[in-house]
Design a protein around this ligand. Structure first.
Ligand code: AMP
Length: 147
């Protein structure tokens, strides 16, 4: 393979998310690849909505915390020009859901930040580290400086 066709950007909205998003956009343009984005909800309690773990973005849940998360994903999606169908919000464990989504959607490059909300004291954050170990495709960790 000499080019990437489908790039998945994993977003946790931490301080340097703008840099991460820009890198993913640049890579997608360089390779003329499809760009998808995912945010995994691991920090808000999930009400019994009747949804599965993949949150439908077009439907109003009536749950403020969830709608606020959707708004953030939509803003980044709009900034990056990501198609609605390629924006993902999934409830669960980021390290597992990112890898599983990448397999399901035939992603060939996952882009993560070296550190996010959880990993400031580590050389490589725990989500980034785990994705690197378990993904079956290439993973690019964008070096983000500790705040
Ligand atoms: P961490 O390993 O938690 O410090 O985070 C490193 C990177 O993993 C972040 O910059 C994101 O790219 C990704 N990541 C962490 N948490 C999430 C999440 N909840 N949803 C999507 N991506 C995440």
């Amino acid at each position: 393979m000499d080019t990437y066709q489908h790039i998945l950007l994993a977003l946790d909205y931490s301080a340097q998310g703008g840099l991460l998003a820009q890198r993913a956009k640049d890579l997608a343009e360089k390779y003329q690849a499809k760009l998808s984005i995912v945010h995994v909800l691991d920090n808000i309690p999930m009400p019994d909505t009747g949804y599965g773990t993949v949150i439908p973005l077009a439907q109003d849940s009536g749950y403020g915390l969830l709608e606020a998360e959707k708004t953030k994903l939509m803003q980044v999606g709009n900034q990056l020009g990501v198609a609605q169908a390629d924006r993902w919000m999934i409830w669960g464990s980021p390290k597992q859901e990112i890898v599983q989504l990448a397999e399901r959607e035939q992603v060939d490059l996952i882009v993560v930040g070296s550190h996010g909300r959880h990993g400031l004291s580590l050389l490589l954050g725990s989500t980034a580290n785990s994705v690197l170990h378990y993904a079956r495709c290439d993973v690019m960790a964008i070096r983000l400086l500790n705040a």
